[in-house]
Design a binder for this molecule. Structure first.
Ligand code: GDP
Length: 458
């Protein structure tokens, strides 16, 4: 799911890496790549147009950021727009003030409604609710039995057509007959039963057809009117590609729905449905269905899905934290230092340490960097106290020593070691590493390059 979209977007962003600033033509070619990637992922054309339009406008107008390099800035914009297209905030089920909460499922046949009914029941049961399933799909041969099986797996009861009969429906009458009668009546009776028996959530499975059809819509609308659901969830197969929009709009017009369930997200669907439906219907995606088992259900979080699509690990969190920790004035002063050919001093070093500390737990932070996952062992061995020792050494230096580290001779070293509770060889090692870092910075300056974020020497 989303793999190829992910790959395409990631490689697009790679092209921006290392660029000092983005020209209009850089932005245009990036937008073109994003557009093609979305179209190939089956995202609906109007959604693609609007999405790329907004990203382009924002990228062109983006304020020059000192915290982020241009590539990161574009990633940030694309991410924010993706979250928007996927519905913005996570939307949870609305539970009725006076139980039972009635949840109606609608969607085409084969979209995964019945399977989802079981998943949702189990999900709610695990949260301490007492759900019951109601089989109002009387169209499809076997639908009632299937729901009963699903209910059993989820460990919840199922109200099958015969009133008063909890889960004890006789499957022999199910095959292809209309003997169950009126689905509207069944749905209403099911909700009534739930009230009497004090179940607090009723999940009503309705019939679907292979294609959108007038009768089907009318039946769904009638059921809706009869049971007055708190939520109508439209279940859509994520693999149906471009047809997603048409189907979603037809159901919105026919029954209307309060939320969307994307099913079969575990498959190799290109993901277009996911990216189109929320934005075209204005209804949030609330769950994703990711397999055939009862446990294969996930609450849909637009922000997490967006970062999954962008495949940026937690780089986005990193971007956010960098922005938070970044002090503009300090950065400007640092930049001047490079320009003025002044040397990097231990005072600058202390400032950087403080900025890094503001970003939070160093190990966690490093773990979030892409490419760091293969370095788990080194990370585990990273001793954060080392940073405290370094800081103590720097703080034991006089202001003169901090700006003139080369002047720190043997007796000064011994004094610093004593003052900070470390050995002289630790002080020696710090000074040596610091000297190398200074040299590196001088070279960088000569080469004209400027690091986006001040790096940590050592
Ligand atoms: P309904 O006609 O809408 O009730 O659809 P069903 O629940 O009967 O599902 C149709 C088919 O899709 C069945 O074979 C299910 O096992 C399968 N299915 C449903 N949800 C998922 C899912 O999330 N992932 C996968 N891989 N298969 C699913």
């Amino acid at each position: 799911m989303f793999n190829s979209l992910s790959d395409r977007l990631t490689s697009t962003f790679k092209n921006l890496r290392g660029k000092g600033r983005l020209s209009e033509s850089d932005i245009n070619s990036t937008i073109r790549d994003i557009r093609l990637a979305l179209i190939d992922a089956d995202v609906a054309t109007p959604v693609v147009r609007e999405f790329t339009g907004r990203v382009r406008e924002r990228a062109l107008g983006a304020e020059v950021s000192q915290a982020l390099n241009p590539g990161q800035q574009v990633v940030k914009i694309v991410n924010e727009e993706l979250v928007g297209v996927l519905g913005g905030q996570t939307r949870e089920l609305q539970m009725a003030k006076h139980p039972p909460t009635v949840i109606m499922l609608a969607g085409l046949q084969g979209s995964g409604k019945t399977t989802f009914a079981g998943k949702l029941a189990r999900f709610l049961r695990d949260k301490g609710h007492f759900p019951v399933l109601v089989a109002a799909d009387l169209q499809r041969p076997n639908a009632v039995t299937q729901l009963e099986v699903v209910a059993e797996r989820a460990g919840v009861p199922c109200f099958a057509p015969e009133p008063g009969n909890v889960g004890g429906h006789d499957a022999a009458t199910a095959e292809g007959t209309q003997s169950y009668g009126d689905p509207v009546w069944v749905a209403r009776a099911g909700v009534g039963q739930a009230k009497v028996r004090q179940y607090d959530v009723v999940i009503v499975d309705t019939a679907g057809r292979l294609a959108v059809d007038e009768n089907l819509m009318q039946q769904a609308a009638d059921i809706r009117d009869a049971i007055q659901p708190d939520e109508v969830l439209f279940v859509i197969d994520a693999m149906i590609g471009q047809a997603a929009i048409e189907t979603a709009l037809a159901f919105q017009k026919g029954v209307d729905f309060t939320g969307v369930v994307l099913s079969k997200l575990d498959g190799d669907a290109r993901g277009g449905a996911a990216l189109s439906v929320a934005s075209v219907t204005g209804r949030p995606i609330m769950f994703s269905s990711i397999g055939e088992q009862t446990k294969d259900i996930e609450v849909f979080h637009p922000d997490r899905m967006a970062s999954r699509i962008l495949d940026m690990g937690d780089v986005l969190t990193l971007i956010e934290q960098a922005e938070k920790a970044f002090d503009r004035d300090q950065a400007a002063a640092m930049a001047r230092k490079f320009m003025d050919e002044e040397d990097f001093t231990f005072d600058d070093f202390l400032q950087q340490m403080a900025a890094i500390k503001k970003m939070g737990n160093l190990k966690a932070l490093m773990g979030m960097m892409p490419g760091m996952s293969g370095m788990k062992e080194q990370l585990a061995n990273l001793d954060e106290r080392e940073f405290d020792r370094v800081e103590a050494m720097v703080r034991s230096m006089t202001p003169f020593e901090r700006t003139h580290p080369k002047q720190i001779n043997g007796s000064r070293r011994a004094r610093i070691a004593g003052g900070s509770g470390v050995t002289v060889s630790e002080v020696n090692s710090l000074l040596e590493r610091f000297g190398q870092a200074q040299k590196m910075m001088r070279q960088m300056r000569r080469g004209g390059g400027m690091p986006g974020m001040p790096g940590l020497p050592g």
